[in-house]
Design a protein around this ligand. Structure first.
Ligand SMILES: C[S@@+](CC[C@H](N)C(=O)[O-])C[C@H]1O[C@@H](n2cnc3c(N)ncnc32)[C@H](O)[C@@H]1O
Length: 163
């Protein structure tokens, strides 16, 4: 989800302040369901791969990738992050929410179960290597926050585009 408006406003503030949200997914059914959820919010939806966004450079203030990165193999994750960096304005923020694999039991077992449910090799590789935060940094973002929640089975990474 990409938010166009000043970089210091949240997507939730889109209602009534002249901002605009763009939802991107490769699945038409997911876009339809998001369209229903976003009723009343100034939002559009487009079917596209995150690794090749049909969008103009430096136009969005914020981007949120929610539970999407673990669906992509490493080269596609790299391309997706490069694309987000391109479409964000300088000073814009990226929020990535995805699974995490904690070290401690029993949270580790819970995370393993979540990954098994997802059953993709991409999810397993990314989580077992704990690589997501490094990948965001290597793409050119500055990490400003990393938080774990749901007993460490989920992570939030906040990062910004400096120039
Ligand atoms: C677990 S769902 C999360 C959906 C939503 N973002 C949320 O947080 O509820 C993962 C989504 O990633 C989408 N997806 C998978 N590969 C993608 C890609 N290359 N580009 C964009 N979206 C992709 C899937 O179609 C699916 O809707």
């Amino acid at each position: 989800m990409l938010w166009r408006g000043s970089a210091d406003r949240s997507p939730g503030a889109a209602r009534g302040v002249g901002g605009w949200v763009l939802g991107v997914d490769i699945c038409q059914a997911k876009l339809e369901s998001a369209r229903m959820t976003a009723r009343g919010v100034p939002a559009d939806f487009t079917m596209a791969g995150a690794e090749c966004l049909p969008l103009t450079s430096s136009t969005f203030g914020k981007c949120c990738i929610s539970l999407g990165m673990h669906h992509l193999a490493e080269p596609l994750r790299r391309d997706a992050l490069r694309e987000v960096l391109r479409v964000l304005m300088p000073g814009g923020s990226l929020f990535v929410i995805d699974y995490n694999l904690p070290i401690e039991m029993p949270a580790r077992l819970a995370a393993m179960a979540l990954i098994k449910m997802d059953s993709s090799a991409e999810a397993r590789a990314m989580l077992c290597q704990h690589s997501l935060v490094d990948e965001v940094q290597k793409a050119g973002f500055q990490i400003s926050r990393r938080e774990f929640f749901c007993c460490g089975t989920m992570q939030l990474i906040e990062a910004s585009k400096l120039t």
